[in-house]
Design a protein around this ligand. Structure first.
Ligand code: BDR
Ligand code: CA
Length: 309
């Protein structure tokens, strides 16, 4: 199996990603780290531990990470993910606590201890990952690649042009993009498209298996008409980024220059993706700036990922 570490802000769709990742035989989930995003970081830790227990994966180490972005205050998405950050489904409190080291320490330890290079799957604001890269840059030698949910080629959700995870901590996202390892951007453009058909959602809700019922309830909880949620009812959301690790062939990508707008104002947090035809990769210097090349998800085989999940 592929060794992976997930960084999340659980989160309705983060929960869908965790339920899938910990059960898939092709993945070895070595650790899960939590960051403020959809809700405050303690809520994220609680939700993550609860989901793992429901999934029968109560032994994966979970660490608490950053409680706010690098520069700005935290801004939760409770209006989208509910008061508890995970759909207010009345789930039980977890029976265990996170490990006694912080997220950056756990990330470093697990990355360097892995016998094979690790794939990181951040699906939340990138604060923990930026702190890791700046504090322990030696970790890149044992990172295979980073497949992150974040950014948008076209329309944003937090603002007209910015996607929530990048908008929440744009400086951290900018650090990620210059990590010096292969990066895949599973952005809003593909994220929004992967929807589970209503009949399958209903089948899950009626399942005798608690973890499948939970998946069904999470998929059903939102009404896109009223919630303003980026993930419509039935949307796999962040779980699609895990699918892109298990089955990269289901995601059509193009290696493109990507830059995060750090300017205050209307464009802050936008991922500016340069899709102009380029003569060659030597041309990606714009003035003084060297732009990072990122494998940007442009199309997704929806049926393939729904089936996989
Ligand atoms: C992202 O923001 C969060 O609300 C979701 O969990 C997802 O990671 C989508 O913009
Ligand atoms: Ca998320």
């Amino acid at each position: 199996p592929i060794p992976v570490i997930i960084d999340c802000d659980t989160g309705v769709d983060d929960a869908l990603a965790l339920l899938f990742a910990v059960r898939h035989p092709g993945l070895d989930v070595r650790a899960i780290t939590c960051v403020a995003g959809n809700t405050d970081v303690d809520g994220v830790v609680r939700n993550t531990l609860t989901v793992l227990e429901q999934a029968g994966a109560g032994d994966i180490p979970v660490a608490r990470g950053a409680e706010r972005p690098l520069i700005e205050p935290a801004r939760s998405a409770r209006h989208v993910h509910g008061e508890d950050g995970m759909g207010d489904l009345g789930l039980p409190a977890p029976t265990r606590v996170p490990v006694d080291v912080d997220a950056v320490t756990l990330l470093r330890r697990e990355i360097l201890a892995s016998p094979r290079p690790v794939t990181l799957i951040p699906m939340a604001p990138l604060t923990n990952i930026a702190l890791l890269l700046r504090t322990h840059p030696e970790v890149v030698r044992n990172i295979e690649r980073i497949v992150f949910m974040g950014g948008a080629v076209a329309t944003g959700n937090a603002t007209p042009v910015a996607e929530f995870n990048v908008w929440h901590d744009p400086e951290a996202a900018a650090v990620l993009l210059t990590a010096g390892v292969p990066i895949t951007m599973y952005g809003l453009d593909v994220f929004k498209r992967v929807l589970v058909p209503a009949a399958d959602v209903q089948r899950l809700r009626e399942s005798a298996q608690p973890r499948l019922r939970l998946a069904g309830e999470l998929l059903a909880h939102r009404d896109p008409a009223t919630s303003g949620d980026p993930t419509p009812t039935g949307g796999l959301g962040d779980a699609g980024a895990v699918c892109a690790v298990v089955d990269p062939g289901g995601l059509t990508t193009e290696l493109l220059p990507v830059e995060v707008s750090l300017a205050p104002g209307a464009t802050r947090g936008q991922t500016v993706v340069d899709r102009r035809p380029r003569p060659g990769e030597s041309e990606i210097h714009e003035g003084e700036r060297e732009l990072s090349l990122v494998d940007v998800g442009l199309d997704v085989d929806v049926e393939r990922y729904v089936k996989l999940w």
